[in-house]
Design a protein around this ligand. Structure first.
Ligand SMILES: [Ca+2]
Length: 469
């Protein structure tokens, strides 16, 4: 038995400690090199802000290439918005309410009685890397503690170069420490954080080119404020007004996808690497982000579809069809199940998601999910984030509080949710409301959010990589 196979079985034994549900699919283990996975999870990227999704004023040629060489999803949703719950749901592969998270709940631990996606893969011999924003679990539940084997240190922030500050009168960082997007590289030069992250992606892949790897890049971009975006990025777009700064931020993300694809091409890993590109929640209208053709988004638009429908692309040349579009209902927790199945593992029993690949390749004709549900009602959370909703086919049933009347929207005819047609379809309202009630009955009560004193962040500042012991 070769070293890799032996370590795989050892890992499976460890992984099987979680619910006893994790075993390799028959015939998969050892027969071929297990596939690589790169999961890119952008912060606050809107449904309408990529060329592949119809955007005209922000060039995104590399992300568009990913779509041309893969499948573009039109109904991919974040069922636990925004940043923190979205990421917790992603890493656990299930509705976050299953571990008591009903809103932002920042600091609530993620459960340790079931494997995170990183633990699952690390347990079967994958090199698992994390770069960028974390925002998952408690301060003690950093990426190394939740299964990643290699974590990029957070680079020290730099002062914003005066020449690059796009607006010197408004929202300018007060000190070097408060700069969001300028950091120092190892040579002490001031660089754009998104560019720095892209170099770490390439570094990680080059380090692990000879073994199966899982890389999770979750940039700070394109979260507000984009005020520091340098002219060299903005000038590549035709965006206007406040949107122009966001556009520059998005261009920098696209540049890193270019680096990623060039690296995979150069190392001849493109056909053995599943790339998943998505966003943790919808557009930030305050920054000029677009949810077109839908409305709403982060901030003032959280009651509309645009807060939870995000651009999502899966690319795996040779397996997935290229240049196609998939309209089925998808949630970000499907990524866990998809990656697990693609790695030749049984999907753990705790997962709510499905393996998307058979659906995307049309090998399975039935839908991915009949329904998707939302229940953001954490008592301490901002009221604008309260949301109770159901998606079924092209319908969206919605209300903000349990006592409110249901509203029903036909997203096919009315993507901007102007006309509440609940009164015209009482049976449909009842069907969807009953489905929500039945789903909610399977959840656990809201968890207690620990009040922790200030302490060090879960990822240390510096350069290079933190390694699991
Ligand atoms: Ca976010």
């Amino acid at each position: 038995m070769g070293l890799r196979i032996r370590s795989l079985w050892l890992g499976l034994t460890i992984a099987a400690g979680f619910l006893g549900a994790v075993r390799p699919a028959a015939g998969e283990v050892g027969s071929v090199r297990r596939p690589n996975v790169v999961l890119v999870y952008i912060d606050d990227l809107g449904y309408g802000d990529l060329g592949a999704y119809g955007c005209k004023d922000i060039p995104t040629p590399h992300i568009d290439r990913l779509a041309a060489e893969g499948v573009r999803l039109t109904a991919s949703h974040i069922t636990n918005p925004p940043c923190c719950p979205s990421r917790c749901s992603l890493l656990m592969g299930q509705y976050a309410q299953r571990f008591g998270k009903y809103g932002m709940s920042r600091g609530l631990p993620v459960p340790e009685d079931r494997p995170t996606l990183a633990q699952l893969l690390t347990g079967t011999g994958y090199a698992t890397g994390q770069i960028g924003k974390w925002d998952i679990g408690t301060r003690e539940q950093g990426p190394l503690q939740l299964g990643f084997t290699q974590v990029a240190r957070t680079p020290p922030r730099a002062a914003s170069p005066a020449a690059a500050v796009s607006d010197r009168n408004k929202s300018r960082p007060k000190s070097a420490a408060s700069s969001k997007y300028f950091c120092l590289n190892e040579a002490g030069e001031t660089v754009w954080l998104t560019d720095y992250d892209g170099d770490r992606m390439v570094e990680f892949i080059e380090l692990h080119r000879e073994e199966p790897f899982f890389l999770y890049w979750s940039p700070e971009a394109v979260h507000s404020p984009s005020t520091e975006v340098p002219a060299r990025l903005m000038n590549r777009t035709t965006a206007e007004g406040k949107r122009r700064k966001l556009a520059g931020n998005i261009v920098a993300v696209d540049d890193q996808i270019g680096k990623l694809l060039a690296c995979l091409d150069r190392l001849q890993l493109r056909e053995n690497t599943l790339v998943i590109f998505s966003s943790d929640n919808g557009a930030n209208g305050g920054e000029g982000g677009s949810s077109t053709p839908f409305t709403g988004g982060k901030g003032a638009g959280t009651q509309k579809e645009g807060w939870v429908r995000v651009p999502t692309i899966l690319s795996l040349p040779g397996v997935l069809p290229q240049g196609t579009v998939f309209h089925g209902l998808v949630s970000n927790f499907d990524f866990y199940s998809t990656i697990a199945a693609h790695a030749g593992l049984q999907i753990p029993e705790h997962c709510d998601g499905v393996d998307l690949i058979p659906h995307l390749t049309n090998r399975v004709s039935e839908g991915t999910h009949e329904y998707l549900f939302w229940l953001n009602n954490e008592s301490g959370d901002a009221e604008r984030r309260h949301l109770i909703a159901v998606r079924w086919k092209h319908w969206r049933l919605y209300r903000k509080y349990a006592g409110d009347p249901w509203q029903l929207f036909n997203l096919q005819k009315d993507p901007t949710e102007e006309s509440d047609v609940a009164a015209n379809h009482p049976e449909l309202v009842r069907q969807l409301a009953d489905a929500h009630e039945a789903w909610a009955a399977t959840l656990v009560p809201a968890g207690t959010i620990p009040q922790l004193p200030p302490g060090p962040p879960p990822i240390a500042t510096g350069h290079g990589w933190l390694q699991a012991e």
